[in-house]
Design a protein around this ligand. Structure first.
Ligand SMILES: Nc1ncnc2c1ncn2[C@@H]1O[C@H](COP(=O)(O)OP(=O)(O)OP(=O)(O)O)[C@@H](O)[C@H]1O
Ligand SMILES: [Mg+2]
Length: 497
């Protein structure tokens, strides 16, 4: 009988207070794309970290071509032919693109460092693998998250591994980039590479998945051929119940304009004439990655520079110099990048949730500990944040649960206008619904919401109006009744002007 390329047998991994993996087995064949599904905290990333030698399992064995191996660390994993594109970006932002791609590898055939050669090679790898034109000499910290992600993919793919894992590779990519990635994956498959693919976006699976495995609470639920299952079945296997509608239908009470962005300009990158938000309204910002949605909101918020900007909040014109000023006035931007700006990984869940609302939680100069704990507990249950306790450090939560903590933090802060930047990125289907419900509750309180999202169904499902960005400008503002994905894409790509 032919040996599977990879076999994980009875893997168990405990962390204080959680059994992240519980006697889990999984088999990967050469030339297959094996999708790994499960809710936030189900154990997907932990399994991959065990495979890559980041964690030692408490029990269980790993076999490659039938031979038992003990993966010592990342270098050892690489030698064994295992490559991983991690969920949390693994990039060294102080290095340039070429150095990131060649991290831990000989710098040229003679083993000497040769910057010129390395940059040329990196350029070739980037065009060959991801078909993207990124300057290999650029510092990665100046790249967008999507570009950083693509560099990371290029790095792993170019190493010639036989087993490659993608842990939520598409959560920050646009349609085009995702398409590139799928071509890469299909190509790897043809070469006999075994691929484990983790994603919360079921709509991607028909393009690439051969088999699927669903995990729940660290345990194996079922493995099947993708063609023999359906999204409804997969969702109910993941969450353990049926989920019917994805967007909570809701009649919003929309009031007067409470907020307006005016004359926002930065170099030749941004030029926003006007964008208004009414009380209780959700305005969706659609556009391709790099169209300036995040940049414009960050500039307004005082987190990035602008040459000119006006934020008119309840008739008062403001130019926030720092995020602190904006937050004090009730304008809150929730970042898409949880690692860099959103979370204090070394603090516990409770402190993170309460960090932005310390003033509101303290009656005098001292913090009301009881209120703080209640607030954290309330968000923990409403957003179903999976953690042994609110005293657990944020760094020990799964990616999607970290995202929920950030949302809780800003939602517990009294805001007048909230910007959600990719609020459900990396969040499982069940929890998405909870987040949408919370957005509806916020709008009920008369809060104006701006939602940046690359998922058109989400834009269409939640917004009252949609502003479409292209090349730093708003090219259309559509009422939801007239908006559909085709029209939005035509504006976003410039087919329609
Ligand atoms: N280093 C750690 N210390 C303690 N607990 C951890 C650690 N890493 C993960 N966990 C816990 O193990 C469980 C599984 O987490 P894991 O990151 O594998 O989930 P996941 O399936 O990848 O979720 P997501 O879709 O949110 O990324 C979670 O309850 C998480 O809080
Ligand atoms: Mg994960």
């Amino acid at each position: 009988m032919e040996q599977p390329l990879l076999r994980l047998e009875g893997i168990t991994k405990r962390f204080p207070g959680v059994k992240a993996l519980d006697d889990l087995s999984l088999e990967l064949r050469a030339g297959e794309v094996h999708a790994l599904l499960g809710e936030n905290g189900a154990g997907k990333s932990t399994l991959i970290k065990v495979l890559y030698g980041v964690y030692r399992p408490d029990a269980g064995i790993i076999r490659i071509d039938g031979r038992q191996v003990q993966v010592e660390d990342a270098q050892h994993a690489t030698r064994l032919g295992i490559g991983v594109v991690f969920q949390e970006l693994n990039i060294c932002t102080h290095l340039d693109v070429a150095n990131n791609i060649f991290l831990g590898r000989p710098k040229n055939t003679l083993g000497v460092i040769d910057d010129g050669w390395m940059r040329r090679e990196a350029g070739r790898i980037l065009t060959d693998t991801i078909k993207l034109d990124i300057d290999p000499g650029r510092l990665t910290k100046h790249l967008s998250i999507a570009e950083q992600q693509m560099v990371e993919i290029a790095k792993v793919v170019s190493r010639g591994c036989r087993i490659i894992v993608f842990d939520e590779p598409t959560s920050s990519l646009t349609e085009n980039e995702i398409e590139h990635l799928f071509e890469i994956i299909l190509d790897l498959k043809k070469q006999g590479v075994g691929i484990i693919y983790i994603s919360h976006r079921l709509e991607e699976l028909p393009r690439i998945a051969d088999r699927v495995t669903v995990l729940r609470d660290g345990r194996h639920v079922r493995t099947m051929a993708y063609k023999d299952t359906s999204n409804d079945e997969l969702i109910s296997l993941m969450v353990g119940r049926e989920l019917t509608n994805k967007y909570p239908r809701y009649k919003r009470k929309i009031g007067d304009v409470i907020f307006e962005v005016k004359n926002l300009r930065y170099r030749n990158r941004l030029d926003i004439g006007s964008l208004a938000v009414r009380a209780g309204e959700i305005v969706g910002l659609a556009g391709l990655v790099g169209a300036g949605r995040t940049e414009s909101m960050r500039a307004l918020f005082g987190a990035d520079p602008a040459d000119a900007k006006e934020a008119v909040l309840f008739g008062k014109t403001m130019r926030f110099q720092t995020p602190g000023e904006a937050i004090d006035e009730g304008f809150v931007y929730m970042t898409e990048n949880r690692k860099l700006f959103g979370l204090c990984l070394t603090l516990d869940v409770e402190s993170n949730i309460n960090l932005a609302s310390l003033k509101q939680l303290s009656s005098t100069a001292v913090m009301n500990e009881r209120k703080a704990a209640d607030n954290a507990e309330s968000f923990r249950s409403r957003l179903a944040i999976k953690t042994p306790s609110i005293r657990t450090k944020a760094r020990n939560l799964s990616g999607g649960n970290q995202q929920k903590v950030i949302l809780a933090k800003w939602m517990s802060r009294k805001a007048k206008v909230l910007v959600f930047d990719e609020p459900t990125r990396g969040i499982d289907v069940g929890a998405k619904y909870e987040i949408y419900k919370l957005m509806n509750e916020l709008s009920d309180q008369g809060i104006g919401i701006i939602m940046i999202s690359s998922e058109l169904p989400e834009i269409l499902g939640m917004s009252d109006r949609v502003a479409v960005y292209r090349e730093g400008r708003i090219v259309a503002i559509l009422d939801i009744a007239q908006a559909d994905s085709a029209l939005i894409l035509q504006y976003a790509t410039g087919v329609k002007k």
